[in-house]
Ligand binder design. Structure first.
Ligand code: HXC
Length: 510
């Protein structure tokens, strides 16, 4: 008996060593943690339960029968983050470059299936050379099995990908179908074809970092939702994010203890809006002042800064925030900001996270590049996402709400539950100057008349009261009492029930 127990421990120790000390040292030398170290940091202490530690591949080509490391390059199992269950896989680059074989894929599929059946998020720590070259189509089949499960799990349990090394070729499409992708700066990259292929096909010379590093994907492509300095920071931030999320689509997000007065008055908000309507101000100040303890978890901070997306808590409950940012492009809607916000709204809706929308929008960005790029379809994504969302929706117009953008930004007409405005709100088809130049074209040569018409238009529309008279705005509120009003609004909507008509699925403009 003793021998058997000792053998188990020997086998475990061997499996835990992955590709051996030399490769572990090489991994550390690159500033990367090992797959096991990452799991330890991600999960609560001693909470990890491993599956399939002894699984090995079945390939007999290219001498692979003599190289069958236990675990086959991926560590899988479940554990807890602040006491709540999550499933995790962590690819081990020290074992055959973390490459994906048929059995490696089977291990991932097993935890994907378990996560869906048991209603807990899946977190994938990706560090892999892609499909195991020695296995050919078996490896490709394995990937496709993972993809299919990513799709089935979408909207059922949150799926989070952390890219912590290479992620190339078709392998990128598994993370791409998850809800959030985070990258580690300088040590991770994602691309469909690498720099060598790019050079051959397009003659472009580009480094792996330029082509698919964290900066590229958080600032240019928007493939990734956040970039972190190193493995430790990335894993700590994933823990923080998981705390905001429900375990699955049938549960509510956790209610955390809060140490902040829901009725807190913020007098500084009374002067947030500058006197000059063209002067920007920082919408993030409002978000921080509304949130419990000022805590805001921003998603896609470095992309399309004209719209802000992320999570806060109000009275301990998670709320998704979408806000125009007047500091960037005057807060207008364009292709990038519409796509960014639409995806965020849809995430919130599928996981029953209420949405707070803060509006200061001068309209859609004009121009050929926007029209040629399909701003009509991309803008429609956000409109569609808001209109189909059945979660509680509270909207606050702080200043401008012009034109179609007024409708899009969770207006009353898109089933907004509470539509508030500050007294500084201006709800109109367009700004007073533009409006005057169109409806009083005949007076364009007369500066005095135009000034008078503009003042007239401002008097009539540069306020929230016309909309309030029609019930499109439920209440004009004092800026300083925003936190209290918004928190009470969400509190009153906790039992909201709204269903869309039955359909197989909708046909959102993609
Ligand atoms: C088998 C692989 C491997 C792979 C790496 N290794 N990638 N083994 N299949 N795909 C092995 C290496 O042989 C090496 O083994 C060890 O992992 C570490 O790799 P190195 O090359 O020494 O590391 P590094 O210099 O850091 O380079 C990492 C790398 C490179 C950039 C990822 O290994 C590489 O280019 N690999 C091939 C990538 C690739 O083309 N994959 C297929 C993509 S297509 P030893 O024993 O020497 O330590 C794809 C299709 C998916 O994935 C389709 C889904 C639909």
């Amino acid at each position: 008996m003793k021998d058997i127990l000792a053998e188990l421990e020997d086998r475990r120790s061997e499996a835990r060593l992955g590709g051996g000390q030399k490769r572990i040292d090489a991994q550390h030398g690159r500033g990367k943690l090992t797959a096991r170290e990452r799991i330890e940091l991600l999960l609560d202490a001693d909470s990890f339960e491993e599956f399939d530690m002894f699984v090995s591949h079945r390939c007999t080509d290219f001498g692979m029968e003599d190289n069958q490391p236990a675990g086959d390059g991926v560590i899988t199992g479940w554990g807890t983050i602040n006491g709540r269950q999550v499933y995790v896989f962590s690819q081990d680059f020290t074992v055959l470059g973390g490459s994906v074989s048929a059995t490696h894929a089977q291990k991932i599929c097993k935890i994907q299936d378990m996560a869906v059946q048991n209603g807990a998020p899946i977190i994938g720590l990706n560090d892999s050379g892609g499909a195991r070259i020695q296995e050919g189509v078996d490896a490709l089949a394995g990937y496709a099995e993972i993809f299919q499960r990513n799709i089935m799990a979408s909207g059922v349990v949150p799926q989070i990908s952390v890219i912590m090394g290479p992620c190339a070729g078709g392998a990128v499409y598994s993370p791409a179908m998850t809800d959030f992708i985070f990258m580690v700066k300088d040590t991770s990259y994602m691309f469909v074809t690498g720099p060598d292929v790019v050079k051959t096909v397009t003659n472009e010379v580009v480094t792996a970092e330029e082509l698919g590093g964290a900066s590229t994907h958080t600032k240019k492509s928007s493939v990734a939702d956040g970039a972190f300095e190193n493995d430790v920071e990335a894993l700590a931030e994933v823990r923080r994010l998981v705390d905001f999320l429900p375990l699955n689509n049938r549960e509510k997000a956790p209610v955390r203890p809060f140490f902040d007065e829901p009725a807190r008055i913020e007098t500084s908000l009374d002067t947030l809006i500058p006197d000059n309507p063209n002067q920007p101000y920082d919408m993030k100040e409002l978000i921080h002042k509304v949130a419990d303890e000022g805590d805001f978890y921003e998603i896609q901070e470095d992309y399309a800064g004209n719209i802000i997306t992320g999570f806060i808590r109000l009275e301990g409950q998670t709320v998704g925030v979408v806000a125009n940012q007047p500091m960037v492009l005057a807060g207008c809607l364009d292709i990038d900001s519409s796509r960014k916000a639409a995806r965020f709204v849809r995430f919130c809706d599928c996981f029953e996270i209420p949405i707070l929308t803060l509006v200061d929008v001068p309209g859609f960005l004009p121009g050929t590049s926007q029209e040629y790029g399909g701003v009509i379809k991309h803008g429609a994504k956000l409109l569609f996402a808001y209109g189909e969302a059945t979660v509680p929706k509270v909207t606050l117009i702080t200043r401008k709400a012009y034109g179609g953008a007024y409708d899009v930004m969770a207006s009353k007409h898109l089933r907004g539950d509470f539509n508030y405005a500050w007294p500084t709100a201006e709800i109109a088809v367009m700004g007073a100057k533009g409006a005057t130049e169109i409806i009083h074209r005949a007076d364009l040569g007369d500066a005095d008349k135009i000034a008078a018409h503009t003042a007239d238009y401002e008097d009539r529309f540069a306020n929230p009261f016309v909309a309030a008279e029609r019930g499109f705005i439920d209440e004009v509120i004092q800026p300083k009492s925003t936190r209290r009003r918004v928190a009470r609004a969400f509190a009153s909507l906790r039992n909201k029930k709204l269903e869309n008509p039955w359909k197989k699925h909708d046909n959102i403009p993609l």
